[in-house]
Structure formats: structure tokens, C-alpha cells
Design a protein around this ligand. Sequence first.
Ligand code: ADP
Ligand code: ASP
Ligand code: MG
Length: 404
Amino acid sequence: MLIVQKFGGSSVADADLMRNVAKRIIKTYDDGKNDVVVVLSAQGDTTDELIAKAEEISPNPSKREMDMLLSTGEQQSVALLAMTILEMGYPAVSLNAHQAGMITTSTYGNSRMRRIDCERLKLELGRKNIVLVTGFQGMNRYDDITTLGRGGSDTTAVSLATVLNADLCEIYTDVDGIYTSDPRIVKDAIKLDEITYDEMLELASLGARVLHNRSVELAKKHRVKMVVRSSIVEDEGTIVKEACNMEKMLISGVAGDDDVARVSIIGVKDTPGKAFDIFSTFAKNQINVDIILQSIGRHGTKDISFTVSEAQFPQVKEIISENLERWDAKDVDYNHDVAKVSVVGAGMVANTGIASRMFEAMYDANINISMISTSEIKISVLIDKGDMKKAMRAIHDKFYLQDL
Ligand code: ADP
Ligand code: ASP
Ligand code: MG
């Protein structure tokens, strides 16, 4: 069998943890005489520390140089783990993005994997090496290093599993599986044995950072068998797959995301084409706009509010200041103290009353809702950032602890 394993930053944070991970990898390599490809993240908080170092030097560092800097975290990890495995008497080799032939789109900071030229990987596997590959990065057409966005090592793992036609892609992390909500915030969160790609994709996109959303998207597209499990405890974990055998639960999870900012464009002329003009400008600049709310026109003007990720906020601000006049708008207002809380579930389509239950939970907890958005499988509300954890607990309690 060919198995791809990915270990997150906290799983390889120091030498002891490295040794623990090395033992688990060796067990897989020995057990079934498997070929093993391992993807690693940077140790512990390395990526955050590197970002802080850059910010000490420049408030708005060059994106190219930022990727050059951040990619070093993962490079340290693979070299150290290779040394650990060699020290234990097993064959291992580390490869960076260039050596592993990982080619991405050209965008720095948030690139997408385009293809993997796997000759070197196959050569090393043929030599019976345990192959350790840097997560989160690739090379673009200018031969520059790019990164895949925060949490992107999961996507590296699934990409490798896809091109190598792996039998299994295991994501090892600091929790023992996927829960109905972040178990660090909601103490009654329930561990799931399995979850569908669609539900996990929605949860990940709405803030459940246990998996990078693009890794789930890719796994779904190529039917990669994926499992999330603990790097410390030997346990079954959670399988992410196409369809689940379990009786369908009404909702599959509650997610929180405080990496959002709310933007309001005020006093836009109330004529046709304004929303198109505004949002096509953002789309052209690859800005992902999320919840959108437009007020009723009054005295010939209207307000348009929407949310964006904090990461894209500086670019959004620039676009607005360049276009506000052209859009015929009077003013703009920003709020960073917001968070988005969502319930997700494929079972929602056929059930009325999910939204009202969610709003009831918010009322019980005395939390004010400033924006709402719904789709067939999710409902999201925008609230004050300080209320996020309380809201997640209240909503989770309402759906899982109280009788439906
Ligand atoms: P890694 O460094 O291994 O990639 P991450 O920090 O990216 O780990 O992801 C694991 C974290 O995801 C957990 O510690 C947990 O707090 C968080 N998390 C958020 N939502 C969920 C969920 N629904 N199930 C499990 N963990 C979740
Ligand atoms: N080290 C990167 C990050 O902290 C990538 C990853 O961990 O997946 O975001
Ligand atoms: Mg992660």
C-alpha cells in the first residue's frame, strides 16, 4: 500500500514529539511493508513567529519575500524528522517543494497546486526511502517559492495522495478526530466516526480549521480516502468520505470564524447596476466576498454591507478608496470586531425550523445578530467577536443537548 501521512505543527513541535512521530511513521513503514510519504508543517508556532519577524521590519512586506521566509519553517521540520528517522536506523529523505516537483499557480501567499512532477518522489520510494515532503508550499512559473495559505499542508498531503494514487491519506493532528464543533471551545462537542466531503468542506470553509478547505475540495474531486486522527493517541479518528452510513443527523456541526471584517458602503445611489459594479470590481481582484446585505433604498440611496477575510482586508480597503467616488457612494465604514458563527448540515434542506432554533439560541444567550445568510446546507450569523465562543456553545447546546 502507499500511504500519505501529514503531521501538523503541534505534532512535531519539539525533539520528543519528533521522535513520537518518527515511531508512528516507522510502524506504518514496517507493519504492512507500506510505501510512506509524509507531509510536515512547520514546528509549533514557527509560522506565526516568522510572520511577527517580518512585521517588525515592514508593515506590508513583499508577498514574494514573505513566501520565501515562511517556507523555511516546513523545510526545518522535514530535515529534522529525516535526521530523527535516520537516527532510529530507518531510511528517510527530505524533499522541499522544488525537489518534490510541486508546481503551483503564480499568486504568492495563497497559491493553488497545479501539478506535481513526481519522478523524484517515485525514485525515492523505489529506493525504499520514507519520503518527507515540505507542506504548504510549491514553485510557480517564475521558479519562485509560493505558499498555499494558512493551514495549507493538508492540501499538500491530499495533492500528493491524488497524484501518487495513494490508498489512504491520514491527517494527524492535536485532536483525535472531527467533532460537531471545535472541542477546545465547545466541551460537549461530539466526535464523529465519519463525515461527508460536502459537510466537511462547508465546515472547513466556515472556520473549522481542523482541515484546510481546499484539501477537502480536492479529496472530494479525486475520491481520496481521508482520515483525521490524533498524533498522540492511537485511535480510529474520523473518516471523510462520499456518503455516510450513519442515520443522518439534522446538523453536522457548528463552526466559528473570527478572521472576518465587515465592510459597509454607505449612501450608494439607488439605481440599477450598482451592486454589479461594486462586486465585479472585487471579483476582478480575486476578493472573496461573503455575507452580503443591502438596505432598502431611502431618499435615493442605499447601503451595501458585506464581509471579507481579515487576510484580504488591506486589499479591500485599497480597492474601496480607489473606487468610492466612481461608485457614487458617500462613505464607508469598517468593523473588525465581528465573527461569523454557522450551523452546517445536509439534513437541513428537508427540515424547517433550523433557522428559528439557531436564532432562539442566540436570544437565550442574549447575543445580537447583525447579519444573516442562509443556503441549503448552512445558516451563518454575524455577531460581535467577543460573543463568538458563547454563541458556538449556545447553538451547539440547542441542537445537540436539547430534545429536537
Ligand atoms: P494542525 O497544526 O495539526 O494542522 P490545526 O490547529 O490546524 O492543527 O487544526 C486542529 C485544531 O482544529 C484543533 O486543535 C481544534 O481546536 C480545531 N477545530 C476546529 N473545529 C474543529 C472540529 N469541528 N473538530 C475538531 N477540531 C476542530
Ligand atoms: N505552517 C503553515 C501554517 O501555520 C501551514 C500548515 O500548518 O498547514 O499555516
Ligand atoms: Mg492545520
